[in-house]
Design a protein around this ligand. Structure first.
Ligand SMILES: Cc1cc2nc3c(=O)[nH]c(=O)nc-3n(C[C@H](O)[C@H](O)[C@H](O)COP(=O)(O)OP(=O)(O)OC[C@H]3O[C@@H](n4cnc5c(N)ncnc54)[C@H](O)[C@@H]3O)c2cc1C
Ligand code: FES
Length: 260
């Protein structure tokens, strides 16, 4: 799958809620090649800070290329300062996509934690054209992490929300929402993305109900080209790189080490 690297213009950079911002980039060549689950690698500034590119899931690839991000450090802080007309050096699309669900699947459950919701709008854009029941289980820390989820609803997703402090939706972790679905090994398929403990709980749930599932992993990255091995993770098949072998993996392959 060919990746492209070029300088593209920012179309808009708007806050969707206290914690999340949506960046639209005029990058048609990347839009045309992107598939749900893939990511882009952005060189945010020309100078030394931040030195490395930063990876972001593709939130939407329609007229423009969109990402949804949370400011957590210098790179995302610099990204938040970008204005319409500013330029960004973007490499992408990178990584393995989510892929279509296997034959016989009728119910798709997307389980997202925090900004891990980012790859699912594009996935639902693609899946809405098929005859699936689409469900989004979304957990955020507080109401500051909850944004207008209408675009998911427009794609026909049933949306259930949870927050750690109960400020929106059910109080507690996203796993509190698992009873909202009626899982069936033959017809239910799970896609998940979010913090590792959350993905571990989704893996437990999928194992218990014998569900097939794919998970998108996030690791700190440097090259994003499979060269530095900085993004290696443990799987049942040995170490794999998130940038080259992933970010999407069979969820049952992933080894989430419990920190005690
Ligand atoms: C494939 C992939 C897709 C991603 N998609 C998104 C997305 O759609 N939206 C979004 O907001 N973020 C996403 N991330 C995470 C994003 O790349 C980091 O938040 C960003 O690189 C942080 O850069 P920074 O300079 O602002 O923070 P830094 O100063 O580099 O780090 C600030 C803090 O964040 C932690 N951190 C940095 N990178 C990561 C990471 N990859 N995973 C977990 N913690 C990290 C650091 O350990 C540190 O504690 C994705 C990461 C990967 C690998
Ligand atoms: S970031 Fe270098 S191998 Fe993945």
């Amino acid at each position: 799958m060919g990746k492209l690297q070029d300088i593209y213009k920012v179309i808009s950079n708007e806050k969707l809620c206290e914690k999340f911002t949506r960046l639209r980039i005029d990058a048609k060549p990347i839009v045309e090649k992107s598939r749900p689950g893939q990511f882009i690698h952005i060189r945010i500034n020309d100078g030394l800070e931040p030195f490395f590119r930063r990876p972001f899931s593709i939130y939407r690839a329609k007229k423009s290329l969109e990402i949804l991000y949370e400011v957590v450090g210098s790179g995302t802080g610099a990204l938040a300062a970008k204005k319409k007309g500013d330029t960004l050096d973007v490499l992408g699309p990178l990584g393995t996509p989510f892929g279509m669900p296997p034959k016989g699947i009728k119910q798709i459950v997307m389980v997202a934690g925090g900004v891990g919701v980012a790859p699912f709008l594009f996935l639902s854009d693609t899946l809405k054209k098929k005859d699936y029941e689409l469900i989004l289980l979304y957990g955020g820390r507080t109401k500051g992490h909850i944004f207008n989820i209408d675009e998911f609803k427009k794609n026909g997703c049933g949306v259930f929300q949870a927050t750690d402090d109960g400020s929106v939706g059910v109080k507690g972790r996203v796993s509190k929402l698992f009873p909202k679905i009626d899982p069936c090994p033959e017809t239910t398929f799970i896609y998940t993305c979010g913090p590792r403990p959350m993905m571990a709980s989704v893996q437990d749930f999928a194992r218990k109900h014998k569900l097939r599932a794919r998970g998108s992993c996030e690791e700190v990255m440097a090259c994003a080209l499979g060269a530095c091995l900085g993004c290696s993770i443990k799987t049942t098949q040995g170490f794999k790189t998130v940038c080259g072998d992933g970010p999407v993996f069979d969820l049952h392959e992933l080894i989430f080490e419990k920190i005690t």
